[in-house]
Design a protein around this ligand. Structure first.
Ligand SMILES: [Zn+2]
Length: 449
């Protein structure tokens, strides 16, 4: 085997001398290793060896005293709802939606506010180590612009409802916007357009089937909220005499490119169907706890062979984009529920935030692990911290001790988005000042209620 310096004479970036947590199929760890990056791709992940020359690179990033790992994948959110973070919290769900969120969205959600709010959300995500986000919201053309400026990776879909609401267009117009997105971002290096009907209780059978047909036509992901609350399950049963998953299956909506958000209330038969069809689930434990929805049967789902990724859901119901918190919850909730330490391993929860999440979103060939040939989406975590000292086991720290502020450097597709905690693509102060102007108007509106 030739040393890397001979194989790749001119690397773009060499991430040097880090503790490499590859999250590859064998969960390979390198105590001291290099990650070599060229043209946006990982070309080498190799241990440091005394007699192996260090390859040349345009930019060398010193990763000593750092964990180097794949960036985190947020499988479900509504980024621009950061405008409504902490807004009318803890009211009963129906009133929260009908008296506050929907009227406020009707008043304040327009392209400019979605643009600034999405950028703010992306700042928070990048600073916390997220490199891929799936977003379902309005004005996705504007969201796509923010994503391109930030340089993060995203799966985007206009949220589709049957009838026009305070913000959304009626279904045909929403679907037309989706189709525009599918054309505009076909084969884009960072953006994967997708089809995102809101749920099986807000979108009719006819329109769900049309959504799936459009997704299939473009080889795109189909994503929707499903089985989030017991009330929703009851509504679908009332109307169809089927469980939510059986209902989708009957409509031929489930397949390898289908992802459901939440999946809190699922029975064994539904898990069998998800496994057989290859559909995936995004687990949003903190949002489910905060809204009192329940706890998803994640160990059982994974035992059935269903891929489960992690998501934060929107910041109106979480209230942040902190995937480290979701990883911790994903380990501890099943153990507390089952009183069984073995029900979820730390390693498994980190897989859900990386490799397994990439499978759930149909991005497994691109991201999710530090493997040569994958795109270079990776983060550096600073171990020179009191709360990370001592360190015997990096996996334990990643699941139980690392937080967002420990993420020092973030790279997406070979581009440095944050270096030593300094954002490289977005002006944080400008974004915050725009969002504060909008939120000032929202606060006045709230006072007048
Ligand atoms: Zn959601």
């Amino acid at each position: 085997v030739l040393p890397p310096s001979d194989v790749h004479p001119e690397l773009d970036i060499l991430v040097q001398d880090g503790l490499i947590v590859t999250m590859d199929d064998r969960s390979t760890l390198l105590d001291r290793g290099h990650v070599a990056i060229k043209d946006g791709f990982i070309v080498d992940v190799v241990p440091v060896e005394p007699d192996r020359p260090v390859p040349d690179a345009r930019e060398v990033i010193d990763a000593s005293h750092h964990i180097v790992m794949p960036g985190l994948i947020n499988g479900h959110t509504h980024a621009a709802t950061v405008l409504f973070r902490g807004f009318a919290d803890d009211r009963p769900l129906a009133s929260w939606l009908e008296d506050y969120i929907w009227p406020a969205e009707g008043t304040f959600v327009e392209p400019q506010s979605v643009y600034w709010a999405t950028l703010l959300a992306l700042v928070e995500m990048i600073k916390g180590g997220t490199t891929t986000v799936l977003d379902m919201y309005f004005h996705q053309d504007v969201v796509a612009r923010a994503v391109e400026e930030a340089g993060i990776r995203a799966v985007l879909g206009e949220v589709l409802f049957d009838v026009a609401g305070p913000v959304n267009a009626p279904f045909p117009e929403g679907l037309a916007r989706t189709e525009e997105l599918l054309h505009a971002y076909a084969n884009h290096p960072l953006i994967s357009p997708s089809v995102q009907p809101h749920s099986a209780y807000t979108v009719s059978v006819h329109n769900l089937v049309r959504s799936k047909a459009l997704a299939d036509e473009h080889g795109a992901l189909l994503g929707l909220h499903l089985a989030e609350t017991a009330d929703e399950v009851w509504q679908i049963r009332e109307k169809t005499s089927l469980t939510p998953v059986a209902f989708l299956h009957e409509l031929n909506l489930l397949g390898e490119r289908t992802v459901i958000y939440h999946g809190v209330h699922l029975d064994e038969e539904e898990m069998d169907i998800l496994a057989e069809t290859g559909a995936s689930v995004i687990h949003c434990p903190e949002a489910n706890l905060k809204l009192g929805s329940g706890i998803a049967p994640v160990p059982a789902l994974r035992r059935h062979g269903v891929d489960v990724g992690l998501g934060t859901d929107g910041p109106a119901s979480n209230n942040d984009f902190d995937l480290w918190g979701e990883v911790g919850m994903a380990v501890k909730l099943p153990r507390g529920m089952s009183r069984d330490l073995g029900s979820m391993a730390a390693q498994e929860a980190i897989e859900m935030a990386t490799r397994e999440g990439s499978r759930a979103l149909g991005l497994a060939d691109r991201v999710g692990s530090l493997t040569p040939g994958r795109q270079a989406d990776l983060i550096l975590i600073d171990l020179d911290q009191p709360h990370l000292t001592p360190m015997y086991d990096p996996i334990s720290h990643l699941a139980y001790a690392v937080g967002r502020s420990d993420v020092r450097t973030v790279i997406v597709r070979g581009r440095v988005l944050m270096k030593d905690r300094e954002l490289q693509t977005i002006d944080r102060d400008e974004v915050m000042s725009h969002v504060r102007k909008i939120s000032g108007r929202i606060a006045d509106w709230l006072d007048g209620r």
